[in-house]
Design a binder for this molecule. Structure first.
Ligand SMILES: Nc1nc2nc(S)n(CCO)c2c(=O)[nH]1
Length: 158
């Protein structure tokens, strides 16, 4: 089965509501079907640390949309939920990042898949391992996968 994974994040209240609304907007799209949702994890900000904690999660979906068509839908949901791109890595109402699109590799000025920073982000890897424990991620060794899978059990928030 071919799968697509999207990471979601929010650190402007009401964070959980923004996550749930984004998922419902994705699932309401006629060409998108959400097939799995991770738990929601509260995570300390990485990169730009002078901001509030995030709520993060990952969803698995199937779609007939192309990667760029899916990106257009994600960006329209971000706009609809009030995403303002003031500070590049700053606070946001909602963030939707395409992580993996089947086994496609794509590098354009709009979209790079697999997501170029997913391998260094526990706030992505832990929810992803929770819903796709057997996913083979190039560049990962088994010990990392086992550690991340253990963490995903311990750190679930709800
Ligand atoms: N914990 C955490 N830190 C982050 N830093 C940035 S930028 N972001 C936005 C990622 O696109 C996050 C995030 O979603 N979660």
């Amino acid at each position: 089965m071919r799968h697509i994974y999207i990471a979601l994040g929010s650190n402007i209240e009401p964070r959980k509501q923004y996550l749930l609304e984004a998922i419902s907007l994705l699932d309401a799209h006629e060409a998108i079907m959400i097939t799995q949702k991770s738990a929601i994890y509260q995570t300390a900000p990485v990169g730009y640390t002078e901001q509030a904690d995030f709520l993060n999660m990952v969803v698995e979906l199937n779609t007939s949309l192309s990667p760029l068509e899916l990106l257009d839908v994600c960006q329209s949901i971000e706009r609809k939920l009030g995403r303002k791109r003031e500070i590049r890595f700053g606070p946001r109402t909602i963030d939707l990042d395409i992580l993996l699109y089947h086994d496609e590799n794509k590098k354009t000025d709009r979209l790079i898949i697999p997501h170029p920073r997913m391998h260094e982000r526990a706030f992505v890897l832990i929810p992803l391992a929770e819903i796709a424990p057997d996913l083979f991620i190039p560049g990962w060794d088994k010990s990392v996968v086992a550690m991340v899978r253990d963490l995903s059990v311990k750190d679930k928030k709800d």
